[in-house]
Design a protein around this ligand. Sequence first.
Ligand SMILES: *[C@@H]1O[C@H](CO)[C@@H](O)[C@H](O)[C@H]1NC(C)=O
Ligand SMILES: *[C@@H]1O[C@H](CO)[C@@H](O)[C@H](O)[C@H]1NC(C)=O
Ligand SMILES: *[C@@H]1O[C@H](CO)[C@@H](O)[C@H](O)[C@H]1NC(C)=O
Length: 413
Amino acid sequence: MHLEILLVAAGVAAAAPAIDGHHRDQQVISNIQVGPRPYYLIDHMSDGPLKRKLESCSEQPITHAPAFSISHRGAPLQFPEHSREGMLAGARMGAGIIECDVAFTQDLQLVCRHSQCDLHTTTDILLHPELAAKCTVPFAPATDDTTAQAKCCTSDITLAEFKSLCAKMDSSNPNATTPEDYQYGGPSWRTELYDNCATPMEHNEYISLIQSLGLQFSPELKTPAVDMPFGGNYTQAMYAQQLIDDYKRHGIRPSRVWPQSFLEDDIHYWIKHEPAFGKQAIYLDERVDTAEGYRAAVASLPRLAKQGVRIMAPPIFALLNATADGEIVPSEYAVAAKKAGLDLITWSLERSGPLKKAAAEGEYYIQSIAEAITREGDMYRIVDVLARKVGVKGMFSDWPATVTYYANCMGLA
Ligand SMILES: *[C@@H]1O[C@H](CO)[C@@H](O)[C@H](O)[C@H]1NC(C)=O
Ligand SMILES: *[C@@H]1O[C@H](CO)[C@@H](O)[C@H](O)[C@H]1NC(C)=O
Ligand SMILES: *[C@@H]1O[C@H](CO)[C@@H](O)[C@H](O)[C@H]1NC(C)=O
């Protein structure tokens, strides 16, 4: 992993011997660009050592794509999620690992989608009458007392049909009376500038693209939204195995693949049947969403470690706590995970929109530290506590530049 990062950093991967089937004729990114956002955030920090340290890196070229910076769904702060365009944007911003959430089609092919049933809000499927007719719930216009309805799943259509769709910003208008009106309605801080028919990705295309960029992979086995076994005989184990088989077929070394799931059984499946991949599996932990679940999750960490789980990934709020005087500190979960010898990864930075407004609304990702947030520049206080006090190994972000800048400035791999 480090060797490849260094090669990419030096811009010599293309000239180096083929690594893992990495093709000499494909283009790696040697000119990483973080754009103006990290500078804006630093400018809006309160004075202190962290601000001065981050400012001191302002004119330093970004020379490597750190595995610490993980692209979450591409770059969905601005680009349609899980599109080729979004993944390229994430790579240009220096993410060392790019994610593909995996769902299956009707003909059991794997594609990148955040949810098995989000095609009505993340693609233009409702504008294709012959495909829209296949949706689990076809479009129904809003009426005086009901919102517009639709539910379209990857498992409703074939891979070929999926690839005929345009990816767009995840949004919908609940008041729509036509499929055209239904397309837009997301928060104003996301943009539709790149919605001009972005390219949806099948899992195999994602693997080829990320391989050609010399970066690492984080596929997430999305929890099925249909009953399993699907179609009578496609089981959860077959689905979990198929995901791994795609990497084997491409000749990808397991050390470059970080498979994720919210289902504990999937993690145990990989540990047992595909140990080289399983030892890097990431258990996404949303048990923490309730107070009772949080306590149960903390209590389970020693057992999980004993069973061979190596990496836990709860949402950001579950790793942080705020003190009465507005300091951000590691939470009980963070302390317990370290004690159990587990590595941590967290999700998802840059998903909350304007930070101060999000804090005032008690938004999900920052709910535990809302009182400690007073300005946009607090984004880097969050990153810094996660990196240095909690000790996370990586951070999913909707805008990888923010994390890439920090990681480079702090010398994180
Ligand atoms: C839908 O209509 C309601 C009621 O008129 C309004 O409050 C809301 O802002 C509308 N939503 C959108 C996305 O247009
Ligand atoms: C699943 O069932 C279908 C149709 O019933 C059949 O064509 C297919 O071979 C079966 N697959 C497996 C793996 O059993
Ligand atoms: C947060 O800190 C408070 C005060 O120290 C403590 O009572 C509480 O248990 C902490 N919560 C978590 C989730 O760490």
